[in-house]
Design a binder for this molecule. Structure first.
Ligand code: G4P
Length: 296
């Protein structure tokens, strides 16, 4: 699914979420555990206002476990609970339900005191395309309810899905646009599959991604591609390209004349990354990227 995020679409997406906010108690904000900052919508704090929220670090099965732990601590410092989740297996999902209920515990206890029986906690899942909203809705529902390929601007009657005894979830998620302003953010979004390969050139995406992986996870590259040495200076583009060519040679990405086909090499690298062949990697850390960011 490719959404063209023109200003009109952004305004509409925002309006649709603001409409849904009136119906719900808690927002479940989905982020990609590998890039928690780049996968946040740039206006999310303004859009959600003071609505109680739980942050989900989804696709945590693909992220560096230690870095995810550091992000959980970073969010806690900002007084937000961040829950590592793997929506495909369901890992972490019971905690989402529990945390959502906890958000409403005080209000519901007060209602009970007045003799009013509280209704189930109502929640909405929001996030940028491809972050796993439909997968999570289906997982929480225990069946296929969310239409994948759901688009902003396409209206359908929304329904409440029962999640256990005390929670209800809207079956249509809130879809928000990703960040556009910074090219590095764009490369991270593309590397993790949040924006489609037609938008940024695979060679550029692979180049910037490999550069990062060499620095933080070099051993994984050497092991995967059976190579002996990493480039000494990743700030020198030709060293990085030479390294990519070595990968291309190992993987048989040749073109006529026996030279390396860099585009094919880039596709191989990105496919390996997205199918976990390189191992679990994160592309943002609180130390490097979170120091001057506040949220909530
Ligand atoms: P969306 O509604 O937010 O747009 O995302 P959706 O649920 O459609 O999920 C996008 C892709 O991410 C799907 O892969 C889905 O299986 C995968 N995914 C979602 N949550 C997780 C998770 O926690 N861990 C992992 N490993 N994958 C997850 P797909 O169908 O193969 O789509 P694509 O790769 O062709 O985009």
């Amino acid at each position: 699914m490719t959404i063209q995020w023109f200003p009109g679409h952004m305004a509409k997406a925002r309006r649709q979420i603001e409409e849904k906010l009136k119906l719900i108690d808690v927002v479940i904000e989905l982020l990609d555990a590998r890039i928690p900052l780049s996968s946040r919508n740039p206006m999310i704090d303004q859009i959600l206002q003071q609505k109680p929220r739980v942050v989900i670090l989804n696709k945590s099965d693909m992220a560096d476990e230690q870095v995810t732990e550091n992000w959980v601590a970073w969010f806690a410092e900002q007084e937000l609970e961040a829950i590592p989740v793997d929506a495909t297996s369901g890992k972490g999902v019971p905690r989402i339900v529990q945390a959502s209920k906890e958000k409403m515990a005080t209000k519901f206890a007060a209602m009970r005191k007045k003799g009013i029986n509280p209704r189930p906690v109502r929640a909405l899942i929001v996030g940028i395309p491809n972050v796993g909203k439909s997968t999570l809705i289906n997982r929480m529902a225990g069946r296929n309810v969310a239409a994948t390929g759901d688009r902003p601007g396409v209206t359908k009657a929304q329904q409440w899905i029962r999640v256990g005894q005390d929670m209800e979830l809207l079956d249509t998620p809130g879809i928000l646009w990703p960040k556009f302003e910074d090219q590095q953010v764009g490369y991270r979004l593309a590397a993790t599959g949040a924006i489609k390969d037609e938008i940024l050139h695979p060679e550029d995406v692979a180049f910037h991604t490999i550069k990062y992986i060499i620095t933080y996870y070099g051993d994984m590259l050497l092991e995967r591609y059976d190579l002996n040495e990493l480039p000494a200076d990743t700030e020198n583009p030709s060293e990085v390209v030479d390294f990519m060519e070595m990968i291309g040679r190992r993987r048989g990405c040749l073109q006529s004349g026996g030279t390396i086909n860099l585009e094919k090499t880039s596709q191989v690298i990105l496919r390996d990354l997205r199918t976990l062949k390189l191992g679990r990697l994160s592309f943002e850390t609180p130390t490097e990227h979170g120091s001057d960011v506040t949220i909530g």
